[in-house]
Design a protein around this ligand. Structure first.
Ligand SMILES: NC(=O)c1ccc[n+]([C@@H]2O[C@H](COP(=O)([O-])OP(=O)(O)OC[C@H]3O[C@@H](n4cnc5c(N)ncnc54)[C@H](O)[C@@H]3O)[C@@H](O)[C@H]2O)c1
Length: 266
């Protein structure tokens, strides 16, 4: 067929229209598995769903109610896996989101990169500092991406602060004060326990994983930040955000010295 100006323009506009409406071909999609679909993961899912090429295809969680909620968010398209091992065995999944309690992060990230997946993990990257070395080693060996979300550094406020400090506008910075203030039960991680939660809907062994064996406890399951077995408390839950921000705006790698004090004030 000879190309006339007219049919060239027609096919160009048809292509443009097709590009606008076409779904990416399967090979252009990034298929995502959600490991842990609790409070944070539900927010992350909304963000992922706005991404033009990402598609949440599988989910796994230790509480039935959250699996159902996550599947609903995908209009029933995502499938439920029984364990994260099943999800990682699925070769069609490109990337995973790790949004479990902190004591699971190291193991699941290491297994995920080992299974060839790129990883977005929630902060804190580690439950213990030494976990970080294992994660870095595994990510390098598998040549996979591991991104850890402490999202403040993506905000305009922190980027502007960084530019101001790095440009020298503020002179030599000798002290940074950073703080969180919370004065509610949920701020103290006393989260509500769903009425249908119990041994039939909560997989206790799956939650415990690498943590010490304990009898079934809904308080521990839903309020895990209050227990040392699963969380570093304020240090890993909130301070990690402040610390990440300070490192980011100062271009610092690690502190030379640290000191801490604490108390439970009421
Ligand atoms: N970036 C942020 O601002 C931000 C905010 C909130 C939470 N977080 C982080 O997100 C993570 C999750 O916190 P959350 O508030 O959503 O807690 P959550 O308790 O609401 O959710 C955790 C979920 O993980 C599930 N789970 C436990 N073991 C599992 C396993 N082996 N496999 C699959 N799922 C498992 C639990 O059933 C639970 O639903 C934490 O690491 C937390 O620090 C980050």
């Amino acid at each position: 067929m000879s190309i006339t100006r007219r049919n060239l323009l027609q096919s160009a506009s048809a292509l443009a229209a097709a590009a606008q409406f076409a779904k990416p071909a399967p090979s252009d999609r990034i298929t995502v598995g959600m490991i842990g679909t609790g409070a944070r993961a539900q927010e992350l899912m909304q963000a992922i769903q706005q991404h033009p090429v990402a598609e949440i295809v599988s989910v796994v969680d230790a509480y039935k109610g959250r699996v159902e909620r996550a599947i609903d968010r995908t209009n029933g398209r995502a499938k439920a896996c029984r364990t994260h091992h099943d999800l990682l065995a699925d070769k069609s999944i490109d990337a995973v989101v790790v949004a479990t309690p902190d004591h699971w992060h190291r193991q699941i990230i290491v297994e995920s990169v080992g299974a060839g997946k790129d990883v977005y993990s929630e902060k804190p990257m580690t439950y213990r500092a030494s976990d970080g070395l294992d994660i870095i080693k595994a990510a390098r060996a598998a040549e996979r991406i591991v991104q850890v979300g402490s999202q403040g550094v993506s905000s305009l406020g922190q980027q502007t602060a960084k530019e101001m400090i790095q440009s020298g506008k503020l002179g030599k910075v000798t002290m940074i004060q950073a703080a969180y203030n919370r004065n509610t039960a949920s701020g103290a991680w006393i989260y509500p326990i769903p009425p249908d939660a119990g041994p039939n809907t909560v997989d206790w062994e799956m939650f415990l994983g690498p943590a010490p064996k304990r009898p079934f406890s809904l308080e521990r399951f839903f309020r895990w930040r209050c227990y040392e077995d699963y969380s570093g408390g304020i240090a890993t839950d909130l301070f990690v955000h402040l610390c990440t921000t300070i490192h980011f705006i100062m271009n610092a790698k690690a502190p030379a010295r640290v000191m801490a004090m604490g108390e439970l004030y009421r």
